[in-house]
Write a protein that binds this ligand. Structure first.
Ligand code: ATP
Ligand code: MG
Length: 420
């Protein structure tokens, strides 16, 4: 009797040689972590796929859904795992097509890898096709663009049979593209930007600036909830929260009203970059999209960007709000971001922010307060919370200062420059 397994498909483009096994091994590790609450029996590589089996012998829809959320997964199919007996895999093909959903036309696509099975693909197509035509007499066989395709994949002593597949999130396994620090507000954009770089294989370390103590800590809780919502993807390693309210008050007293936002943002970038160096992260990420708000004009982006010495990635720069909201819905952060809360962005806002900052004026404002001391102090007061769904995340081992934990994570004594 055949058992039910998940067959995980990934895109193979660009995955040659050593890259390919690094990619596959990381995907297997990440799937182990994502499936740890399921009755998982085994995850193994099988001829260009990854095979996931359950101790009960039958994987569940929930397991397939969890797999589809993991970056690197292009598709996942709940396949029947059969022996080489024709009756067995033909019966599985009838079941698989029966479960496909509505269809009018179908075809069989047989494939053989690493096998000395006596039947060739054409024979298998004919054998299985014949049985399916009898079982579904009112359906048409169509070789080009059929509604349903029944895949019959022979690998060594086994045959995998499936018809329906669930689309995965695609991308690359988290941990294959290094580490980034993402600037995370509780708005719609930055959770999506975080997820997008995570989907390209980066380990994400979000940093949130809250308005505490001038505002409540609600935005911090929302950011925690957002990171929780992202856990099925395993992209978040650790969240840092930096209480920024008091320092914003100081800035608002020191610099001209119209340059407050740019100055806050320069400080945020500088602190995020310091945290990136400590973490061994190689880029900053923001949720900016061009022209969306006053601070996102090219002049203002340039006035903030010059603070950073590492690349600043803006995955949403060309996206419209509607696209971003749709993606937020898909990754489960939309309803959290829809809650309007005070964070540091709503504090000490000028009535007329500068939209085309002149660098001279920005530099003058920057030099009107002790920014180095402020940045140092803010890095010092950062608090953190670890997320254990990202197996490749390594916390910096030591740091000069003690940082307060936000949650049950273990406290560590960290020394700058000694990351990973
Ligand atoms: P979002 O929807 O991500 O909040 P936004 O449309 O509100 O973006 P801004 O407030 O101009 O736009 O922020 C632009 C980017 O700056 C954000 O996408 C985020 O990366 C970063 N950012 C803004 N506020 C914060 C914050 N409080 N903490 C950390 N990063 C922030
Ligand atoms: Mg915002």
């Amino acid at each position: 009797m055949s058992s039910r397994v998940c067959l995980v498909h990934y895109h193979e483009i660009g995955l040659k040689g050593k890259n390919r096994s690094t990619f596959e091994n990381q995907l297997v590790t990440n799937l182990h972590r994502a499936l740890r609450d399921f009755d998982l029996a085994e995850i193994k590589r099988v001829s260009g796929h990854i095979l996931v089996s359950a101790t009960s012998g039958r994987v569940s829809e929930e397991m397939a859904a969890a797999i589809s959320q993991v970056p690197g997964v292009a598709r996942v199919s709940m396949a029947y795992l059969c022996g080489l007996d024709g009756d067995e895999y033909c019966a599985a093909a009838v079941q698989a097509l029966g479960e496909f959903g509505p269809f009018n036309s179908f075809k069989v696509h047989a494939r053989r890898s690493a096998t000395n099975y006596e039947l060739h693909t054409l024979d298998i197509n004919r054998l299985v096709g014949g049985v399916l035509c009898e079982a579904f007499p009112d359906k048409k066989v169509e070789m080009h663009n059929p509604d349903a395709t029944v895949f019959v994949h022979v690998v060594q002593g086994s045959v995998y049979v499936y018809a329906a597949s669930q689309v995965g999130v695609g991308g690359l396994p988290v941990g294959t593209a290094g580490k980034v620090v993402t600037l995370l507000s509780s708005g719609f954009d930055s959770p999506v930007a975080t997820w997008m770089v995570g989907r390209r294989g980066a380990i994400c370390v979000p940093v949130h600036f809250s308005g505490r103590p001038q505002t409540s800590d609600t935005s911090e809780w929302l950011c925690r909830d957002i990171c929780d919502a992202l856990t099925p993807s395993g992209v978040v390693g650790r969240l840092y929260v930096v209480p920024f309210g008091e320092r914003q008050r100081e800035i608002s007293l020191a610099v001209p009203q119209s340059l407050r936002i740019i100055t806050y943002r320069r400080v945020m970038f500088a602190v995020a970059e310091r945290i990136a160096k400590i973490e061994g992260a190689k880029a900053l990420v923001t949720g900016e999209s061009l022209g969306q708000v006053a601070s996102q004009t090219l002049d203002n982006i340039a006035a903030v960007d010059e603070i950073a010495t590492i690349p600043v990635l803006r995955p949403l720069i060309g996206s419209d709000k509607q696209e971003i909201m749709r993606r937020a819905m898909q990754i489960g952060t939309h309803d959290l971001s829809a809650q309007a809360v005070d964070d540091c962005c709503t504090l000490f806002m000028p009535r007329r922010p500068e939209t085309h900052a002149r660098l001279e004026a920005v530099h003058e404002a920057w030099d009107s307060f002790d920014h180095d001391a402020m940045i140092e102090e803010l890095v010092d007061t950062a608090e953190y919370l670890d997320y254990d769904q990202c197996p490749s995340y390594r916390a910096p081992k030591r740091w000069r200062r003690h940082h307060r934990e936000l949650g049950p994570a273990q406290r560590t004594d960290l020394v700058e420059g000694d990351s990973n």
